[in-house]
Design a binder for this molecule. Structure first.
Ligand code: S3P
Length: 238
């Protein structure tokens, strides 16, 4: 099992962390949990609790930038035999522009519009793990959609603002890392963090603290939460 924790950006485990191979977007090693992932890049580490949570067709990961949504999502999907879908990647693939390009050329409100449309489409799929962008839950429509999509469990990957910023800073040191437009102004980012945390908590069925946990431990905590909370009468959604 990896000893890398989400709070230790310099750990060599980073090298094997997932990166997204997306020609429209530079890969980002979201260290220690890479935020962009392909199943190809997910570390081959044991996650003991890989059973499919009863009554669940979609697992949606939410949390601020740097919370590990993509790397955790890639690992969960791998263990479940489900598909991993990254909302930012989906937007970029559909519109042939990177997220920073969309922000700079068309503005954040336009990005949010594309994000909502992409989210609605991804939520139409079954047996998927979806990583949201950090700002998606700011939109009321997105929160309602997540709440009202049946057999969908939202998991909040939580960490302190300082922890998240240091993870993002470690990622930004990687020249191939994708830029995060909403981290350019740290004071504003902190205000966004404070505004968003209650939304993350409210939409989530479970909050998982990620500081000091390895990628595998975070994934195991998610499985444990989902399986513990599952109604005893249902043993499988298959
Ligand atoms: C954003 C988060 C990013 C991306 C965009 C805006 C935000 O996703 O959607 O840069 O406002 O928090 P990640 O949370 O995956 O970095």
């Amino acid at each position: 099992m990896s000893t890398a924790t989400l709070a230790q950006p310099a750990h060599p485990q980073t090298e094997s962390m997932p990166t997204k191979s997306n020609p429209g977007k530079k890969s980002r090693s979201d260290h220690p949990l890479a935020e962009r992932s392909t199943s190809r890049g997910v570390p081959q580490q044991p996650v003991s609790a890989g059973a499919i949570p009863p009554g669940v067709d979609r697992i949606v990961l939410t949390g601020f930038m740097g919370s590990g949504k993509t790397s955790t999502g890639g690992l969960l999907a791998q263990r479940l035999g489900w598909r991993f879908l990254d909302l930012d990647h989906e937007i970029e693939a559909r519109h042939h522009r990177t997220v920073p390009q969309i922000f700079s050329e068309s503005g954040e409100p336009y990005f949010r519009h594309l994000e909502s449309a992409a989210l609605a489409s991804l939520l139409g799929q079954r047996h998927v793990v979806i990583a949201l962008g950090g700002g998606a839950p700011e939109e009321l429509g997105n929160r309602l959609l997540l709440e009202q999509t049946p057999r969908t469990k939202v998991i909040y990957l939580a960490a302190s603002f300082d922890t998240l910023v240091s993870r993002c800073a470690a990622q930004a040191a990687d020249p191939s890392a994708a830029a995060r437009p909403n981290l350019a102004d740290l004071a504003l980012a902190q205000r966004r963090y404070r505004q968003r945390c209650p939304h993350y908590e409210r939409i989530a069925a479970h909050t998982i603290q990620t500081a000091e946990r390895t990628l595998v431990q975070v994934a195991e905590a998610i499985f444990a939460a989902l399986l513990t909370a599952a109604p005893a009468a249902h043993h499988s959604s298959q």
